[in-house]
Design a protein around this ligand. Structure first.
Ligand SMILES: O=C1O[C@H](COP(=O)(O)O)[C@@H](O)[C@H](O)[C@H]1O
Length: 246
């Protein structure tokens, strides 16, 4: 199980509402990408799915014109993906490509294999691990994560066997408690290979999960979000409603 307690404690930034939250996270991401490129690096970022992530992606696309980011020199990954058809609305990549990556002309986008590419979810997980081995970094610049009301991150759910997966980059999930049941997730080992972890949460429905994630005591088994921290920083970007129980 991931023990990241030795890494820097999470910082918390609270915005008044979901719109302000999405704009703040988008602006910060653009700054980080521009700074990394100015240092001569090709930043590698892990994107997430979910409601607030979709809004963040829209805001990145809106603000991108004013930012000095070359999107052909940004490498993008997903923290998790649902094993469904490539054009399914359930797929995390579908809105991200439509709202963000297509309009911006990102070319280095590594998607998890879909049901059209491989025969089963285990093969999708293996394929994504191979892509990471071939094109992934020693450590990511930013791993962005949504959080579920049960405090899951990526597709690592409370009490699930996948939490304990070590020694491999990805894990196939066949019985996700949240539909669809078949998913591919990065493991804690991979999610924690990063300078920065950003957990983004909006709304009252996330308040208990956020409080459990940030509480002084707790377990990764019950609260998977406790198992991810960046080497340099972990920031929980919240709106007032999500932060209401902290
Ligand atoms: O299933 C998933 O859920 C989380 C959170 O989604 P939300 O809609 O409640 O914000 C998401 O971060 C993850 O990538 C996704 O596969």
């Amino acid at each position: 199980m991931a023990d990241v307690s030795h890494r820097p404690e999470p910082l918390v930034e609270v915005q008044p509402d979901a719109a302000a939250l999405a704009t703040a996270v988008a602006g910060e991401l653009l700054n980080r990408l521009a700074d990394a490129q100015a240092e001569g690096r090709v930043p590698q970022v892990v994107l997430t799915g979910g409601t607030i992530a979709t809004e963040v992606h829209r805001q990145v696309a809106r603000l991108a014109a004013g930012a000095d980011v070359d999107w052909t020199r940004v490498v993008l990954w997903w923290g998790d993906e649902r094993f469904v058809a490539p054009d399914s609305e359930e797929r995390n990549a579908v809105p991200a490509v439509a709202d963000l990556l297509g309009p911006l002309g990102a070319t280095q986008v590594h998607q998890v294999p879909s049901t059209q590419d491989v025969s089963d979810v285990a093969a999708a997980a293996t394929g994504y691990a191979e892509s990471l081995a071939a094109h992934g970094p020693d450590r990511f610049d930013v791993v962005m994560l949504g959080i579920g009301p049960d405090a899951h991150v990526a597709s690592l759910f409370p009490g699930h066997d996948a939490l304990a997966t070590t020694g491999q980059a990805t894990v196939a999930v066949t019985d996700s408690p949240k539909p669809p049941p078949e998913r591919v997730s990065l493991t804690f080992d991979t999610l924690n290979r990063t300078r920065s972890v950003w957990v983004v949460a909006s709304g009252e429905g996330k308040a208990e999960a956020v409080a459990a994630g940030l509480a002084p005591e707790g377990t990764v088994t019950a609260t998977p979000a406790r198992g991810v921290r960046g080497e340099d920083e972990t920031i929980w970007f919240l709106d007032t409603a999500a932060a209401s129980l902290t």
